[in-house]
Every structure is written in structure tokens, then in C-alpha cells.
Design a protein around this ligand. Structure first.
Ligand SMILES: [Mg+2]
Length: 93
């Protein structure tokens, strides 16, 4: 098992234990902590909160149905391309 597969498995176990709704609330809480850390000067605390949010986002992603996950991936691709187009437009003007 790769390290990434191991992490996914652990996230799956945690999600199964607490359930989607509780973890969605936890996501909100962890995002708030990340916002606060991102506005501060403490780099270790920023990494700590970034780890918490990464774990919560992973749990949200693995709770999606395959079709919803496909939709998420399409949205990610769309947004990445849109941002790169904007960057290219900035360079051109
Ligand atoms: Mg936290």
C-alpha cells in the first residue's frame, strides 16, 4: 500500500466512524482555524491547520459518488484552465 492509499484508508475509517454530516461541520471548523492561521505569522500553526483541512477535504472527496467526483474533477480542470487563461491575458496586455 502506498503512503497515499494508507492516508485514504485512514480518512475512510474516520469518515465511517463519525459520519458525513459531523465531518462536514468539522470541515467548517477546521477551515475557520486555517483562515486564522493563514492570517497569522506562525508558520508551524499554518502547516498544522493546513493538514487538518487537507484531511477534511479528503474525507469530503471520498464521500462523493463517482459521478459527483467526476463533476468535481471537471470543475477543478475548468477553474485551473480559467486561471491560466487570465494569467496569459495579463501577460498579453
Ligand atoms: Mg485544526
Amino acid at each position: 500500500m502506498t503512503k497515499n492509499e494508507e492516508r485514504l484508508e485512514k480518512c475512510r475509517d474516520i469518515l465511517r466512524h463519525y459520519g458525513f454530516e459531523a465531518q462536514q461541520d468539522k470541515l467548517v471548523e477546521e477551515c475557520e482555524e486555517l483562515i486564522e492561521a493563514a492570517q497569522g505569522e506562525d508558520y508551524d500553526s499554518f502547516i498544522d491547520e493546513l493538514a487538518d483541512v487537507t484531511i477534511m477535504i479528503t474525507q469530503m472527496c471520498i464521500s462523493l459518488e463517482p459521478e459527483q467526483y467526476g463533476q468535481l474533477e471537471e470543475m477543478v480542470d475548468f477553474k485551473l484552465d480559467r486561471t491560466l487563461e487570465r494569467i496569459n491575458d495579463e501577460v498579453d496586455t
